[in-house]
Design a protein around this ligand. Structure first.
Ligand code: WT7
Length: 655
């Protein structure tokens, strides 16, 4: 823990050093790992192409640093404490010895099922320790893991499998989520109808529900593990060999596979976990994210394990059996550091303090927030009622593409300020620019957040499409990484993230592209065109507002009756469907659920006869955003619109 910053003065000095000599700064941190061969060049970079390489020609395996390295001194220390969806089911505690053995066993299972270094393996799993085991086993054998959040639909799953041509899928029979059971294998079976690259499916038994196993393709986790040895020599990886792919939404329709590599990601998640949360050996660290998102990759699995920490994995949801679940679990497991999302805080805040009062919460030392801007009310509620005014709130800003936390208070070190992510961590060089890319210098400025120098955890490429990586992050402004976020720097030089400035929405901390949702809505047989925007939502942060044009003929023939005078979904013989507005909306929501995920369902749907477009045919989302926000006082210049009259009509019908 020699790299732990413990005073603000030390932060200022370390930051200065990290900017003056980044290579020396990161070298010192990288030295503390177990390498099979040391790197001979620290950094090679060029943001034009982009090419970014850290710790060149180093050889290592990240799992030796997550597991083997801790065995001699801490083999019996709990690595993972698992909390079931069912609050009455006993916890599972897995020590470093046990985790090491299980990971080795599963690496053998992967090998026995044809997996080699470089192959892509898709993981579509419940939040059970076996997901962490599978992630690490992939890393141990050098296979590239691609975890797909188990809330995604069959189609989203097959799209992701196909994009990176995964050879093997690891899943479970089903999963528990609150009082619901989801048939995961059934969803996989649907997805697997269009995934030619998949040769084997390994199925973990969680719910014991009836499932179909396809002979020759599907095998059980437990029977495979039973046959496998608990020893597996970690495969030697180059620093820049891919570690994982994680799909995330962008401003175009198709999610992109963000690729992270071995050494840089390792050094970066280790360092940020240690400092932001001020990790101590006896911590019980709980990050409530799902491993299907980057937060789970970096701060449930890799960051904590690289530090030899005890990490909590929670299978359930914050409101089951009731809205006190987080707080009862903190008391039960004596959690010291807690990391969650503003959307969860807001929804628990709305449930009232009666769900907080029964619990002591006196084990807590640091509480963190991630995923979206945290509003002032939620910040204070979290600080006062959960942190009992004594725990620093670390509001951590980062992205799937950054690999780890970028702008954040360091607990007990950086004075916090509600709603501010505060200051860049060492090695992070933010810059604010205006729309033309001119740097906004000094304090009290607001602009677009970019980074002017690489850090070890930065995205290397988007899988299979390097040009897309370049376009999305490195082309907007020359020689800068563009985050897509708007940001303010205040009089103290503190950063406050305002939100996305591109066509990306943040719904309950989930990132969704407007185009992705529009494409799904457009699959409805009566929809001609749609435009979706995010709007402020009390709990979700942003809700989804969809403006849709339906085919005129359908309305005229009464297929879609906007006056809701018709019965629901009546079919007549020439298969013209009579649909009232409610059933039309439900159909649109169902299509979005089916194509993407229930998290992408629009909250509001408005049928319109036209969309505000420029003469070149571009939808002016700025106007739609204003209407969705309910703020039509200043719509800006609408004279450039092809047909300005649609704006009035949309305002009149707005919800
Ligand atoms: C986007 C990245 C990185 C973990 C989870 C989300 C927003 C993230 C904050 C924060 C304000 C935040 C940004 C960012 N965001 N953290 N502390 N304050 N906004 O990862 O899905 O890649 O989304 O989430 O808009 O660009 P992600």
């Amino acid at each position: 823990m020699q790299h732990k910053i413990t005073s603000f003065q030390q932060y200022v000095e370390t930051y200065k050093k990290s900017v003056e000599n980044p290579e020396q700064f990161w070298n010192e941190i990288a030295e503390s790992f177990q390498w099979k061969q040391k790197w001979n060049q620290t950094l090679e970079w060029n943001f034009e192409e982009p090419t970014i390489k850290w710790f060149l020609n180093g050889k290592l395996n990240i799992t030796e640093n997550c597991l083997d390295r801790h065995l001699a001194e801490n083999g019996n220390k709990p690595a993972i404490i698992w909390e079931s969806n069912d609050s009455n089911e006993p916890n599972r505690t897995i020590t470093y010895f046990e985790l090491h053995a299980e990971v080795c066993r599963f690496a053998n299972v992967l090998q026995n099922n044809g997996i080699e270094k470089g192959d892509r393996v898709c993981l579509y799993m419940p939040m059970v320790p076996e997901l962490a085991i599978a992630v690490l086993a992939c890393a141990r054998i050098g296979a590239v893991h691609s975890v797909v959040f188990a809330g995604f639909s069959a189609q989203s799953l097959s799209d992701r499998i196909n994009d990176s041509a995964c050879k093997l899928l690891v899943t479970a029979d089903g999963l528990y989520r609150g009082n619901k059971t989801v048939g995961l294998k059934e969803i996989c079976d649907e997805a697997l109808q269009s995934t030619p690259s998949i040769q084997k499916v390994i199925v973990y038994k969680r719910t014991n529900q009836d499932i179909k196993m396809q002979l020759g393709r599907d095998v059980w986790w437990h029977s495979e593990m039973h046959k496998a040895a608990a020893h597996f020599d970690a495969v030697e990886m180059d620093s820049e060999d891919p570690l994982f792919i994680l799909y995330t939404s962008g401003s175009t329709g198709k999610p992109k596979g963000v690729l992270h590599t071995c050494a840089g990601y390792m050094v970066y998640t280790y360092y940020t976990f240690l400092n932001v949360f001020q990790y101590e050996a006896d911590d019980i660290f709980w990050c409530t994210a799902d491993i299907g998102w980057i937060t789970g990759h970096s701060y449930i699995v890799y960051g904590p394990l690289l530090n030899g920490a005890t990490t909590v994995m929670f299978e359930g949801i914050p409101t089951y059996p009731d809205a006190g679940r987080f707080w009862s679990t903190i008391d039960k497991l004596q959690v010291t550091k807690f990391y969650t999302a503003p959307t969860a805080i807001r929804s628990l805040m709305a449930s009232g303090l009666d769900f907080v009062k029964p619990y002591k919460l006196d084990s807590l030392k640091v509480i963190g927030s991630v995923g979206e801007p945290i509003n002032e009310e939620a910040w204070f509620w979290y600080h006062d009622h959960i942190g009992k005014e004594k725990c620093p709130v670390v509001d951590t800003w980062w992205q799937t593409e950054t690999g780890g936390i970028m702008i954040s208070p360091i607990a007990f070190v950086t004075p916090t300020k509600p709603t501010f992510a505060t200051l860049p961590l060492p090695g992070v060089q933010p810059i604010l620019v205006d729309n033309e890319g001119n740097e906004l210098e000094g304090n009290n400025v607001e602009g677009l957040l970019c980074m002017k120098f690489p850090w070890p955890g930065i995205i290397r490429t988007t899988y299979g499409d390097h040009e897309r990586c370049k376009q999305a992050y490195f082309s907007t402004f020359k020689n800068l990484y563009f985050t897509g976020d708007g940001c303010k720097r205040d009089e103290d030089g503190y950063y406050r993230i305002i939100g996305r400035v591109d066509d990306v929405m943040n719904v309950s901390g989930h990132r969704l592209g407007t185009a992705e949702v529009e494409n799904a809505i457009n699959e409805h047989p009566n929809v001609i065109e749609s435009a979706v925007v995010g709007y402020p939502h009390d709990i979700k942060g942003q809700g989804i507002y969809a403006f849709v044009i339906v085919d005129k003929e359908s309305i005229e023939k009464g297929i879609i009756d906007t006056d809701a005078a018709l019965p629901n979904s009546v079919e007549n013989d020439d298969s013209l469907r009579l649909l009232n507005i409610t059933s039309f909306e439900n159909e649109v929501k169902n299509i979005v659920s089916k194509i993407i995920s229930p998290i992408a369902k629009p909250d509001k749907i408005q049928i319109v006869s036209g969309l505000p477009k420029t003469r070149s045919g571009k939808i002016m989302r700025r106007i739609l955003r204003k209407i969705a926000e309910g703020d039509v006082s200043n719509l800006g210049d609408i004279t450039t619109l092809l047909d300005p009259s649609v704006v009035d009509e949309i305002i009149k019908g707005s919800k």
